[in-house]
Design a protein around this ligand. Structure first.
Ligand code: E4P
Length: 221
């Protein structure tokens, strides 16, 4: 399973990309509004930093509007993917755009039926929102798991991005379910690195190494 970072914050993207652990970025209007910067120039900046798919969301509500917005965003850089909400106008727009070779990430997906529809219109990616489903008492991971199973049965090429990840356990569960990608917020990527036994282990190795240096230098004297 690949990891994307779910943020529009340039510093966070640079930091995590420099570790070599992320291979794409997802943004949404909420994440972009937190940064308070011009949308198109932020997307261009991100696309120049990360050599991988960068999702930028279209906000028009009509198919014509979405298509126009998507073409403009796709022209910014070759690695831009257009996020389009799951709705009738979004499906119609995706149908046109996927035939033009513009990659679409169908977003705000909360059911297996919606994921089946995204596949029909040739979406390159589908984003089931695991955390938001959990928030209303449904199992987001169970729905993700069902989408993976059905896509496998029919050999559907649309890649599944486990989105709305709220904790490191969601990442593990997404991987076990067989998601192609998990898009993970910065703080959760940081938490994934940590384990108390790793910290204790590093501290002990450094202490013992120092002891060895002291012993060998006193022998040399
Ligand atoms: C990413 O594609 C989604 O927009 C994002 O993961 C949503 O996360 P949230 O439910 O925490 O807002």
């Amino acid at each position: 399973m690949k990891l994307f970072i779910d943020t529009a914050n340039i510093d966070q993207i640079k930091e995590m990309y420099s570790l070599g652990i992320i291979s794409g970025v997802t943004t949404n209007p909420t994440l972009c509004s937190k940064e308070g910067k011009d949308f198109k120039s932020s997307i261009a900046e991100i696309a120049a930093i990360v050599d991988g798919p960068i999702s930028a969301e279209a906000i028009s509500m009509t198919r014509e509007g979405i298509i126009q917005e998507a073409r403009e965003l796709a022209a910014i850089a070759p690695n831009i993917v257009i996020k389009i909400p799951m709705m009738e106008e979004g499906l119609a727009a995706t149908s046109v755009l996927s035939k033009e070779g513009i990659k679409v990430n169908m977003t705000l997906v909360f059911s297996v039926n919606q994921a089946l529809l995204a596949a029909q219109v040739g979406a390159a990616y589908v984003s089931p929102f695991v955390g938001r489903l959990d928030d209303i008492g449904h199992s987001g991971i169970e729905i993700l798991d069902n989408i993976v199973t059905i896509y496998d049965i029919y050999d559907i090429k649309t890649e599944i991005i486990s989105a709305s990840i709220r904790n490191p356990l969601h990442v593990v569960q997404s991987a076990l379910a067989g998601a192609h990608i998990a898009t993970v917020p910065y703080d959760i990527l940081k938490a994934m690195v940590k384990h108390p036994l790793t910290d204790i282990g590093i501290e002990r190795f450094l202490k013992d190494w120092k002891k060895l240096q002291e012993t060998t230098s006193s022998i040399r004297k």
